[in-house]
Design a protein around this ligand. Structure first.
Ligand code: FAD
Length: 602
């Protein structure tokens, strides 16, 4: 049973949370609403601690909506003989897939094409065999099929898009995938349902101190400019690639240094690559994934050092050329720039290590307690966010009086997971009674249909993005914390990367649907649309630039919808500065028609 809160993240709930954050002393305040910070908030609140969570932009708008969206052990860590890391991540994969978020995480298969005869089959086969084995250790049922060796003709039958001469045979293995942006929202909603106070667009600008001790933060509600003092016995810094900036606010004392590595993904329509499975390819430095994504493929990624804008990592033409070049090595029909519907770039928060090559740095995480009252958590990867959160709250517990119970998040299904299997089993009947296509039946269906009952026009698809229903936009505002057009187009839906015009045509209808629940005036509606169009134009232009520096300069030309405060230690590391301000129209999500959808989408 959930206690003390509501799983709604509407404008009213945000106001109530901000009032309480400015009033009551908390036991734990988490800074950063990515997957790690949201996970920390859930871990803390479910141990019975009074908990707050503040995010400078939209929940999940940092790295946590720009990943490859895989819940995996990381096959390539096996090559580095990092068995512990792989086993840990695979144990998490099973837990997330089966108990914590079966509605959001779904199995995905990958074909590994062999390019050599003999030794490669044995070498990769042994590695993937080990991967399978690590996945079933510790009594966890893995919930995924075991790998299969394939002859060349079987591999080609599975992936007819591959050039015959590009492979000698292959291997098929299974992992899992997630709509990363939506996962963060469901995490925050779950934390809120247990009583955590969560507010987006609330930027931490400094610490409250008593002597050396951190006793809370100074923050600003960026929507109104109101300053807040949030008092907390322990503050957790979970700001990913912004970790060092927050550390600097604490007087520069700290032991964690995070460096950013840029990863770019392309989105192409499903019909451009004929394949019944995802594909994984070796690249000179790492691997490249071709990942099924509803009616699309996501292809990526790159791995290059990035010291420019952290808020808007820009993909350059060189990044796009690289990804196309790598995938075209094996495709019979070459992809070109004209096939690219969407592009998104994210920054890996890597613990700064000794290696010069970012792809060799560890994804493992670190927790530090640099001054009393402040805990820092950084590194890791999406798949292991829950373990990072557990370790951060264990560190918090050391700084709190009294006995704090151990983490129980391995027992806590996210909002939407409860009853998912029964709902899934009843999907055909639900589709029939609701008049919606079966592919649109997901865990939010009951609440969405209630809204449609009150206003039947909401049951129609968006005119310029018919994968989504109009009601999803309203629900995004009333229940899922969306506050701006970009939040809906890029993260509650993924229209910004799934349509050729990157959501420009849908912008007007979406903004109009948001107007009522957001209580916008006409001027604000126009500003939202104008701003979104300017962001898309800047992104498109930046993707024609040859270098990172040029792409970054062009991308930063688009104005922010919500201005972020400068001069607060958050101005980033590049020549252009980079507060954690509004995210570009990037997005993510297998809303499509897979069996584990979350919304009205299957
Ligand atoms: C290209 C790419 C592919 C990846 N693929 C995978 C994958 O397939 N599987 C996997 O397991 N992992 C993957 N990862 C890693 C994973 O995405 C990250 O490790 C994870 O998302 C990091 O989450 P986070 O919460 O630490 O950071 P973030 O999501 O960046 O969250 C930090 C938040 O802090 C906020 N913030 C910053 N400053 C302030 C402030 N002053 N006040 C308030 N808030 C602030 C920011 O706005 C931001 O939202 C990938 C990463 C990249 C870049």
């Amino acid at each position: 049973m959930r206690t003390g809160g509501t799983a709604k993240l509407g404008p009213e709930e945000r106001r109530t949370a901000l009032d309480a954050l400015g009033r009551d002393e908390l036991q734990v305040l988490v800074v950063g609403g990515g997957v790690v910070g949201s996970g920390v908030a859930l871990d803390a609140v479910t141990r019975g601690l009074s908990t707050g969570l503040v995010e400078a932009r939209d929940f999940g708008s940092g790295t946590s909506s720009r990943s490859s969206k895989l819940i995996h052990g990381g096959l390539r860590y096996l090559e580095q003989l990092d068995f512990g890391l792989v086993r840990e991540a695979l144990t998490e994969r099973a837990l997330l897939l089966q108990r914590i978020a079966p509605h959001l995480i779904k199995p995905v298969s990958f074909l590994f094409p062999f390019t050599h005869h003999g030794w490669e089959r044995a070498y990769v086969g042994a590695g993937v065999g080990m991967y399978d084995l690590l996945g079933i250790s510790r009594g966890q049922v893995r919930g995924l099929p075991l790998h299969k060796q394939l002859t060349r003709s079987r591999a080609l039958r599975l992936a007819p898009a591959l050039r015959k001469s590009a492979l000698t045979g292959g291997l098929l293995y299974w992992d899992a995938q997630v709509d990363d942006a939506r996962y963060v929202i469901d995490l925050v909603r779950t934390a809120a349902s247990y009583g955590a106070l969560a507010a987006s667009r609330t930027q931490v600008t400094g610490f409250l101190r008593e002597g050396e001790r951190v006793t809370g933060v100074r923050a600003v509600d960026l929507e109104t400019g109101t300053e807040l003092h949030i008092r907390a016995q322990q503050v957790v810094n979970a700001t990913g690639v912004w970790t060092d900036e927050i550390q600097a606010m604490a007087g520069g004392r700290g032991s964690i240094n995070v460096r950013a590595s840029k990863g770019v993904h392309l989105v192409v329509p499903r019909d451009r690559i004929q394949s019944h499975t995802g594909i994984i390819l070796r690249t000179p430095l790492s691997v490249l994934f071709v990942i099924p994504w509803g009616r699309h493929w996501i292809i990526g990624t790159t791995d290059t050092d990035w010291a420019l804008s952290k808020a808007h990592p820009a993909a350059s033409r060189a990044d796009i050329d690289y990804v196309l070049g790598q995938v075209n090595r094996v495709l019979a029909v070459q992809l070109t720039h004209d096939d690219v519907e969407g592009v998104y770039a994210g920054l890996r928060p890597l613990l700064a290590g000794e290696s010069d090559s970012t792809s060799k740095l560890s994804r493992e995480h670190t927790v530090a307690h640099p001054v009393p009252g402040l805990v820092m958590i950084a590194g890791g990867k999406y798949t292991t966010y829950r373990l990072m959160a557990r370790d951060a709250v264990d560190a918090v517990a050391h700084g709190l009086d009294g006995k704090i119970p151990p983490s129980c998040t391995d027992q806590i299904p996210l909002v939407g997971a409860d009853g998912f299997q029964a709902l899934w089993n009843a999907r055909s009947a639900l589709a029939k009674s609701s008049g919606q296509h079966v592919a649109r039946i997901g865990t939010r269906i009951g609440e969405l249909l209630d809204l449609v009952k009150a206003d039947p026009s909401l049951g129609k698809p968006l005119a310029a993005a018919d994968d989504y229903l109009r009601v999803e936009v309203v629900y995004a505002v009333t229940h899922e914390g969306a506050r701006h057009l970009n939040d809906v187009l890029a993260r509650r839906t993924h229209i910004s990367i799934e349509t050729w015009d990157r959501g420009v045509q849908a912008a007007e209808e979406v903004a109009e649907l948001m107007t009522g629940p957001m209580k916008w005036r006409q001027r604000q509606v126009a500003r939202e649309i104008e701003n979104y169009r300017a962001e898309v134009a800047a992104e498109r232009k930046s993707q024609e630039a040859d270098t990172d520096t040029d792409a970054d300069a062009i991308r930063l030309g688009a104005p922010e919808i919500v201005p972020v405060l400068a001069g607060n230690g958050l101005t980033g590391s590049g020549p252009h500065g980079s507060g954690p301000h509004g995210s570009g129209p990037h997005g993510s999500g297998p809303h499509g028609s897979g069996p584990h959808g979350n919304g009205v989408h299957g």
